[in-house]
Design a protein around this ligand. Structure first.
Ligand SMILES: Cc1cc2nc3c(=O)[nH]c(=O)nc-3n(C[C@H](O)[C@H](O)[C@H](O)COP(=O)(O)OP(=O)(O)OC[C@H]3O[C@@H](n4cnc5c(N)ncnc54)[C@H](O)[C@@H]3O)c2cc1C
Length: 268
């Protein structure tokens, strides 16, 4: 049960509060913190971030800067936000959850079934934290917990698509992924010079399918059937109430290969 509620007025006070009590967690929108799944108790103490972490979305040079306390509905609604990230935020079911949930909280929660993380990784976004700048990919794959202040999203070059698949609009996903392909300006006809295939729902954290990425860039993986097989073989989902491991491998192969093919078509 949550017993202590703190509301710091600046970052210095927030840092002192988190250092003083190892059982304290940050409270952003609270949609994750206030959930008490059977395997986890609610935290004892929370630090409300509303007065110390930015909520606004702004441009800074060529980057888009999204305050970590921006709600996922704000991310959906802002036309300056790259489309794959807007789409990913819109995959979270119900406007009431999107209004409350924040982008910083989504990164902090680090859920394997996050829709936001694959999109941020595919867009090569960088988090500005109290400890300095760090790529979102590194933040999520490492054991980082530092306070995120905002997220810098560079202007996408090339093609980028976020995808999801779930039994119903409200159900948890069996596929959550984003694909981005980049091309050198000088020779777009040579195909993509860089690829990112970021995938949730198939491991404890969001992962990148590096062998698939290499196959795309080398030109070995172009056909839909080859892509599907390579993706199926690259993921190891677990059987659970959402579906068998075999079904999840199949559906990830189909949906993510389709995203790669659509990105390749967009580039050609
Ligand atoms: C009905 C429902 C459906 C949901 N479906 C999904 C889903 O499909 N996919 C999904 O990913 N999530 C889902 N969630 C979980 C949750 O809504 C999202 O992960 C949300 O983005 C968390 O944001 P929040 O602001 O509510 O975070 P909070 O619950 O406030 O915090 C989450 C974690 O992040 C940390 N944190 C918060 N802000 C920061 C920060 N600025 N810097 C560092 N750490 C921070 C907190 O300490 C905490 O550990 C769902 C929740 C509900 C209630």
């Amino acid at each position: 049960m949550i017993q202590n509620y703190h509301r710091p007025v600046d970052l210095k006070e927030a840092a002192a509060m988190i250092a003083a009590d190892s059982e304290t967690v940050y409270l952003a929108g609270g949609t994750q913190v206030n959930r008490a799944p059977l395997d986890r108790e609610l935290p004892k103490s929370v630090i409300d971030l509303r007065d110390v972490v930015p909520t606004k979305i702004n441009t800074e040079g060529t980057d888009l800067v999204i305050g970590a306390m921006a709600s996922l509905q704000d991310v959906c609604d802002d036309e300056r936000v790259p489309l794959p990230l807007r789409n990913a935020a819109g995959f979270i079911p119900t406007r009431s959850v999107r209004n409350q949930a924040t982008i910083g909280g989504n990164i902090g929660a680090g859920r394997s079934d996050s829709y936001i993380l694959p999109a941020l990784i595919a867009l090569d976004a960088v988090a500005r934290t109290t400890e300095g700048n760090i790529r979102v990919e590194e933040y999520v794959t490492g054991s980082h917990q530092e306070l995120i202040l905002d997220i810098h999203v560079p202007v996408p070059v090339g093609a980028c698509i976020a995808v999801k698949e779930s039994r119903s609009h409200l159900a948890l996903p069996v596929v959550s992924a984003a694909v981005s392909l980049t091309v050198e300006d000088a020779s777009p006809e040579d195909g993509p010079s860089g690829a990112c295939v970021a995938v949730g729902c198939v491991a404890r954290k969001t992962i990148r399918l590096t062998e698939v990425e290499e196959g795309i860039v080398s030109g070995r993986l172009v056909d839909r059937a080859d892509l599907e097989e390579a993706i199926r073989n690259a993921v190891s989902p677990r059987t659970d109430i959402l579906g068998s491991a075999e079904y999840k491998r199949h559906v990830n192969g189909v949906v993510i290969a389709d995203a790669v093919v659509r990105c390749l078509e967009e580039l050609s």
